[in-house]
Design a protein around this ligand. Structure first.
Ligand SMILES: C[S@@+](CC[C@H](N)C(=O)[O-])C[C@H]1O[C@@H](n2cnc3c(N)ncnc32)[C@H](O)[C@@H]1O
Ligand code: SF4
Ligand code: SF4
Ligand code: SF4
Length: 292
């Protein structure tokens, strides 16, 4: 079986305990306005042109079998609906200005990649993490990679928004040592507005996962102007404690590099570039809700 990934990050130290390798899977059912991984949202791999790397040599134009590329106004334009994703332009480009944002990988290849750093996991108490996009989106592939990793003796974690059918989570559960669950917004209307979906299913899945005894770490992204309200952090913290009192909660401050990533991909960013992370003082104020 194959899956589509957009990155493999080695020596990750924020994706679970110890030193970890994180596999980023493409595809996500949500569209969080602040998402720092825009290349992970769409399941299909997409072709991107990076203006900053392009020397306008035009070598990529004649090699395109579909003639869907054109140099217009100092830009290389691609008709993405007609592009057959043959990759010829990517191979021809001398500077890496043409790139796909994802690639196919088999379960066996993925597990072998993840096993390469086993020595670092062993000394640090680390392991592997599936992220994305959302790892529940390509759930059959994710489940197979997690099963293979467990069979290889690796500690496994997933970073997820839990926006999936419960059956998907239940099937994956035996192969996951740690669930890093993102709970983003307590008010369902706001959740719909910020992410494109209401939150009822997510919070119900959380309850079921906790009741099943899974090891869980909760993360709340605190995004200025969106989720950084006291009532939001307090509401999520109270909900988590009402479900199970032993679950740790972490706040994630806004990563301001997100808009730059959108610019490089020539995509319009839903968030204003002037938005800055919360101050240390404001983070401390919000953290009080998570420790009470
Ligand atoms: C990109 S998501 C992928 C996993 C899963 N889809 C989720 O939302 O948890 C990984 C983590 O990045 C966080 N995140 C996304 N965009 C962010 C941003 N601009 N600043 C800070 N954290 C962000 C998410 O809240 C989540 O904790
Ligand atoms: S991937 Fe192939 S079809 Fe698409 S633009 Fe490049 S050369 Fe043309
Ligand atoms: S081959 Fe690469 S560097 Fe040359 S014009 Fe095309 S995208 Fe730009
Ligand atoms: S759920 Fe995760 S990957 Fe999906 S849009 Fe939100 S932050 Fe991005």
């Amino acid at each position: 079986m194959n899956g589509i990934i957009f990155d493999i990050k080695r020596f990750a130290v924020h994706d679970g305990p110890g030193i970890r390798t994180t596999l980023f899977l493409k595809g996500c059912p949500l569209r969080c306005a602040w998402c720092q991984n825009p290349e992970g949202l769409c399941l299909e791999k997409q072709l991107w042109w990076f203006k900053s790397k392009c020397i306008f040599c035009r070598k990529c134009l004649p090699v395109c079998p579909e003639s869907v590329r054109a140099a217009v106004d100092g830009e290389i334009r691609i008709d993405r609906r007609s592009c057959i994703k043959c990759g010829t332009c990517v191979e021809t480009c001398p500077t890496g200005a043409m790139e796909f944002d994802g690639r196919e990988i088999s379960v066996e290849e993925a597990v072998a990649e993840l096993q390469k750093d086993q020595v670092f996991y062993d000394v640090s108490g680390g392991g592997i993490t599936l992220s994305g996009g959302d790892p529940l989106f390509q759930h059959e592939f994710a489940e197979a990679v997690l099963r293979g990793s467990k069979e290889a003796g690796l500690h496994t974690a997933v970073e997820t928004s839990l926006a999936a059918e419960w059956g998907v989570i239940e099937k994956m559960r035996p192969h996951v040592d740690l669930w890093i669950c993102d709970l983003k917004e307590i008010d369902s209307k706001k959740h719909q507005e910020f992410t494109g979906q209401p939150n009822e299913r997510i919070f119900e899945n959380f309850k079921q996962l906790a009741a099943a005894g899974a090891k869980i770490l909760v993360r709340i992204p605190v995004i200025p102007g969106f989720t950084d309200r006291d009532d939001n952090v307090q509401g999520i913290a109270e909900f988590v404690r009402s479900v199970r009192s032993d679950i740790e909660i972490e706040l994630m401050n806004y990563n301001p590099l997100a808009p730059n990533k959108y610019r490089l991909m020539q995509k319009s960013c839903p968030l204003d570039e002037s938005v800055q992370p919360l101050s240390v003082q404001r983070m401390e104020e919000l953290e009080q809700w998570t420790t009470m």
